[in-house]
Design a protein around this ligand. Sequence first.
Ligand SMILES: *[C@@H]1O[C@H](CO)[C@@H](O)[C@H](O)[C@H]1NC(C)=O
Ligand SMILES: *[C@@H]1O[C@H](CO)[C@@H](O)[C@H](O)[C@H]1NC(C)=O
Length: 498
Amino acid sequence: MANSFKQIRGLLVIVCVVCVGITFVNGQNQNEARNKKAEEKKKDEEFICPEEQGNGNFADPATCRRFYQCVDGYPYLNRCPSGLYFDDISKFCTFKDEARCGPILTTPAPVTEPPADLAEKCNPAECALPYCFCSKDGTIIPGGLDAEDVPQMILLTFDGAVNLNNYHYYKKVFNGNKNPNGCDIKGTFYVAHEYSNYHMIQELASKSHEIATETISLQTGLQDKGYEEWVGEMIGMREILRHFSNISRSEVVGMRAPFLKPGRNTQYKVLEDFGYIYDSSIGVPPKAVPIWPYTLDYKLPHECKAGTCPTKSFPGVWEVPLNAHYVEDFEGGHCPYLDQCVLHNHDSEEVFEWLHEDFSRHYEQNKAPYMMSFHTNWFSIKDLEEGLHKFLQWTQTLPDVWFVTTTQALMWITDPKPLKELNNFEAWNCKKKENLPPPPCNNPNKCALSFKPETANHTDTRYLETCIECPNKYPWLGDAEGSGIPGRDNYVPENVRK
Ligand SMILES: *[C@@H]1O[C@H](CO)[C@@H](O)[C@H](O)[C@H]1NC(C)=O
Ligand SMILES: *[C@@H]1O[C@H](CO)[C@@H](O)[C@H](O)[C@H]1NC(C)=O
């Protein structure tokens, strides 16, 4: 599988869906919050973290405006930003009409996998690069290098739709920032379909950002669905990108499950069958030393935060996990996506300091890749955006920090090279890979398309921009090209297609 690393890709885009979530806070609210603090502290102590569910966010039974963040059994009370409510399904603060107030009883998912052929514990003696990588606690540097010889990789990742709401923010992140070899920095976009602009996505791809797939519909509960459903969502998304952004299939090799709910063994079977190289959906609880990416030959080297991780062995399939972001006193909580930490009451300098401390846990220890995962939300708050730009500027002064796509990171991991050889490391040079799409047209078609999700009774309109002709219907599950014939698509695994 490492052979398929011949090319790298690039680009990104994206954004989020649910994420309309955490937004806007104002000064008045902060004062109000402060006044109530003493009072809340009391209630705080009465909330008991559900032991069996581990760390995470939990609805406040008293009000939908607040939630508790449980860290090692201790509840930290958090208040949603002004006007927003806690959604106990997605675990975000969001608009009132979208928030499903908790506490919602969760029934444990049925165990459908037979206990047979479970993955075994890492055996370093039988696991060698470039095809296999593991270590007992997941923190060991690949290739046996010393931390001082290792580049600190930063993975900028953006989830969800890419469109006018976020595109200018994303472009600004990449604008003018360089890697130590003088090339422009790159990121990875886990694209979801609805509301995406395929003209913008083609531009990102043509500039060597990596485009990977989230899903077409961002349906909740996908982690409990079957093979066909995952193929429809994931491979359908890849077909939409090929058709409307001219991104070839071989360039789309990464997957992120919506809401970081991996699809148990099913999702990984689909990855394997359809030629993907990696998944990046598994959240890691807060750890003193962060985890390096690993292959799924063996058992995960950490607790599965989502509870729906694969249990079988998938040899050679890479997992690029999301280490929890946090600072020492857990101020702001801990989060896989940066916009899920509660930093909206910080000014840009405090945001910078927070990121700095979080980053240092990687940079000053084992240099595990530092993934900065965002939804659009982050950029809707000025102080957060400015704090990020301060952080980016500061990293420009560090000689060993590289902003790379997820695939570029894996190319280093499968073939680890010390810092002094990196200026000639081919996978990280400035040359555009042959397989990437050309820059998009200047005047994309702006298509207004009828859209009728299966569950709705009425027809809606969705807009889509692309350099090719407008389709008949809004592309959707089973009809990636928007032919208007529902269920037309039939995706065949690559190992069968040959
Ligand atoms: C798609 O990309 C290929 C190169 O990968 C290019 O030759 C072709 O013209 C592009 N098609 C469109 C419609 O832009
Ligand atoms: C759609 O129509 C059916 C029957 O007319 C009705 O039972 C159902 O509630 C409607 N669904 C929605 C989402 O309006």
